[in-house]
Write a protein that binds this ligand. Structure first.
Ligand code: BGC
Length: 790
């Protein structure tokens, strides 16, 4: 089932802990891995994302330039329509590509495969935050050239990307031309065989609304056909060379090019700095969007490439200071993989303010750029502990969707709010309700993440001003959705839902959903009562805004107290739902290896009537609500469900690793971790060419910090219970807790806790209470009998 599709060979992709790089050009690999490399080398800041296509524009698999939240409506067509099915979806759009810098040497186009390469390196520099390329080659007529490029998507200015291109003739004079382009290509064609891929559009989506050109600057503007958004994009250049350079500019609706020609004298480089600017907005006035586009370019030209690059390095440096995780292990690839993953989290979130985080970040169009529960459950913990301000803005974005979630609840006949399973603009965009709208758990997932944010950061103000309203509306939903069932002894039951496991749909009393709903109800009651006590004026405002009745708090309390949780006394496990144990077990022995993932080979009905699991479900509940299961329950549940889980979703193995470690399956824990961490690096799912798996990447951090370091943070109480894999000798990381910075250094025998800044922090280590203060900022604690101090 789980297997690496690709093991990067060390001589081509060395396990450099601070870079993901190719140090030798291999034509066959370059051809076979074009799409994968575009994902691995993608750059993004959370607002603007650019896939790692090469400057010469070929070979190419999926050129991609995405803006977070910039989408087009897409009609969803059903063979049979039913009430409440969303009719209009949303799909992230591919914007004009500005990475193209085509080179012509003595009138021949430079393309890597036929070139005779002397040396080659393409490197995603994880400290500098740049994608660098260095190629030396001999032309067919025997001239030696050296090309260097540095590309970045700015963290400081989220509308800006920049490329430095430098070309040197090493042994002779050469006639060269460079065409620096901005190209609006056609939309993706549809692939209907894989449900994860974007469906594509028929016909033109971006309608030109005007261009602007002058000097070496060209700007294009568009309006989307149906969502009515305006897009502005532009490029500008600065050129330096000791040789005279002729320039010309072309600017049409879908294509702009700045062309540079010169006779390059030996060892006198030509240097082109290209700045790219992308803006979008609601305004129908294209001059406004072009004005914004121009402002970004003006600023970039004023600052110059060096300053932009320096700023990028220092921004990335600050990220590593608060978020790096280091591991000492017998596998040199592990550190590189962890850093590449962490870098993806930076890229997906850092400048996402005002938006969500897509399932593939901004590295591909899979799942149409939609936001799922992936954000709250898999990515937010990392952000909460490393960059609380971004976590706040991601949650605020959910709050901003609340009115649409209220409207959706009314459409579905519910009270309160029903957040969309997948969306960009707040409207439900999921076409398959059984594994979409029915995943009501997303409402409790949002409440769960909100609670973690408030408890770990101490940002009560967010809870009072925004969070409490989300809690009221989601609690209302749960109370409306469930009922006190006579058949179940008056317990509160929630029927007709789908849990995280999408191979079991529309079930009654999904254990995960009921547990999470119970937390949602409890937290709503607790928060609203606290607000009433502590801030009566704010409470009054909230009551006025939501029409909250005192009786509702009683009802929610009652429902949470009497929540039904499935339990099987014979097996002593928590069944995934009421009927799960009645189903026939899937016949894994006769399932061909090539039939995974099962959803590409079996009708959903075959999956639904079997005990077969796509991804951690009850095991996920044991992770999120860890304190609500005892050790024996965890172990029995883990063993029961492990045998049935295919991990056909990339969201599964990271969680499996955490619970394996906790329940004493140390080898399984590291095996699952390795799969989670290498999800993209080794293309475990076989689809990384379409984008990085951001949830699995966030889950890798979870598996490090909650798994091997044993972090737990129930009700904001921080505790650690480290258990390192046999092959690791150290694990170090930094957490920000209520504004204090805590560094944790774990080796095979002890854990050292350091307060890097702040006044005071308390936590527990293996059950023992510990306090760090500015007077006593360091504490070392040994492990239990398993790993004694020597
Ligand atoms: C998983 C969902 C997930 C979605 C987006 C699906 O395959 O089953 O849990 O939210 O992918 O990552």
């Amino acid at each position: 089932m789980l297997r690496p599709r690709y093991i990067p060979p060390d001589d081509i992709f060395p396990p450099n802990p601070w870079a993901f790089e190719t140090v030798r050009y291999d034509a066959r690999l370059a051809r076979e891995l074009t799409g994968q490399a575009e994902t691995m080398f993608a750059l993004s800041n959370g607002y603007l994302g650019i896939r790692g296509t090469v400057e010469e524009g070929t070979p190419v698999r999926e050129a991609g330039t995405y803006l977070n939240g910039f989408y087009e409506h897409r009609p969803i067509s059903y063979g049979e329509h039913a009430y409440g099915f969303p009719r209009v979806g949303q799909s992230i759009l591919n914007c004009p590509n500005g990475t193209v810098l085509k080179l012509f040497v003595d009138d021949e186009p430079f393309v890597l495969p036929p070139a005779e390469i002397l040396s080659y390196r393409r490197s995603l520099d994880l400290r500098a935050g740049t994608l660098n390329r260095d190629v030396r080659w001999v032309t067919a007529t025997g001239k030696r050239l050296h090309m260097r490029t540095v590309r970045l998507v700015s963290l400081a200015q989220r509308h800006l990307a920049a490329i430095e291109f430098e070309l040197t003739g090493e042994d002779a004079d050469v006639e060269i031309a460079v065409s620096s382009e901005l190209v609006n290509s056609q939309p993706l064609s549809a692939d209907t065989t894989d449900p994860r891929l974007a469906e594509g559009f028929v016909g033109r989506v971006l309608h030109p609304t005007g261009t602007s050109a002058g000097g070496m600057r060209a700007m294009l503007s568009y309006r989307t056909r149906s969502s009515g958004m305006s897009l502005g994009c532009g490029m500008d250049h600065s050129v330096s060379s000791e040789c005279p350079v002729l320039t010309e500019l072309v600017c049409e609706d879908d294509f702009a090019a700045a062309r540079f020609r010169c006779k390059l004298e030996r060892n006198k480089p030509l240097r082109i700095r290209k700045y790219l600017s992308y803006h979008y907005g609601e305004s129908s006035d294209h001059t406004e969007i072009l004005f914004q586009t121009a402002s970004t370019l003006d600023r970039a030209m004023r600052h110059g490439f060096e300053r932009i690059r320096e700023r990028q390095r220092s921004d990335v440096g600050r990220f590593w200071a608060r978020a790096d995780v280091t591991v000492e292990s017998d596998n040199p690839r592990t550190q590189q993989t962890i850093r590449w993953n962490l870098f993806q989290l930076l890229q997906a979130s850092e400048r996402a303010e005002g938006h969500g985080i897509g399932a593939r970040g901004l590295t591909g169009q899979t799942y149409e750029g939609h936001y799922f529960w992936d954000t709250e459950i898999y990515v937010l913990p990392f952000i909460i502990y490393t960059n609380p301000a971004i976590a706040r803005s991601v949650l605020k974005f959910r709050y901003d969707m609340l009115d649409k979630a209220r409207a959706r609840a009314r459409e579905l006949g519910h009270r309160g709010a029903t957040f969309p399973w997948r969306t960009i603009n707040g409207d439900e965009a999921s076409a398959y309700y059984a594994a979409g709208t029915a995943q009501y758990h997303i409402n409790a997932d949002i409440a769960y993440a909100l609670r973690k944010y408030v408890e770990v950061t101490g940002d009560q103000e967010f809870l009072w001003n925004y969070g409490a309203e989300i809690l009221i509306e989601t609690a209302r939903l749960w109370f409306d959705l469930g009922f006190f069932s006579d058949v179940k002894g008056g317990r509160f039951c929630i029927n007709g839902v789908t849990g995280p496991d999408e191979y079991t749909a529309l079930v009654n009393n999904n254990c995960f959903t009921n547990l999470m709903a119970r937390e949602n109800l409890r937290y709503a009651v607790q928060s609203v009562r606290a607000l009433e006590r502590l801030h009566p004026p704010l409470f009054e405002i909230l009551v006025a805004r939501t029409g909250l009745e005192p009786s509702e708090l009683e009802q929610w309390h009652e429902a949470s107290e009497r929540m039904y949780l499935p339990y099987d006394g014979r097996l002593k496990i928590h069944p995934q739902d009421d009927d799960f144990l009645d189903l026939k077990r899937w016949d894994f022995a006769t399932t061909p290896e090539d039939n995974y993932p099962l959803f590409l080979h079996y009708h959903p009905l075959n999956l639904y009537r079997s005990q077969v699991i796509k991804q951690a479900d009850t095991v996920m509940a044991m992770f999120l609500l860890n304190e609500q299961f005892n050790h024996d329950e965890k172990r029995r549940n883990f063993e029961y469900y492990e045998a049935l889980t295919t991990h056909d979703s990339s969201l599964s193995v990271c969680i499996q690793s955490i619970i394996a470690n906790e329940t004493g399956f140390k080898e399984k824990a590291i095996d699952y971790f390795d799969f989670a961490a290498a999800m993209d690096m080794s293309d475990i799912g076989g689809n990384m060419m379409h984008g990085a798996h951001i949830a699995a990447i966030g889950g890798t951090w979870l598996a490090l910090v909650y798994g091997f370091a044993g972090l737990r943070d129930t009700a904001g109480q921080i505790s650690f219970d480290p258990k390192l894999p046999e092959t690791w000798s150290a694990l170090n990381f930094v957490l920000t807790v209520r504004g204090q910075t805590l560094r944790i250094e774990i080796d095979r025998m002890s854990a050292t806790y350091r307060l890097l800044n702040g006044e005071w922090v308390s936590f527990s280590h293996a059950g023992e209470e510990c306090v760090l203060s500015s007077a006593e900022p360091i504490l070392t604690r040994a492990f239990g009998p398993e790993q004694p101090l020597q």
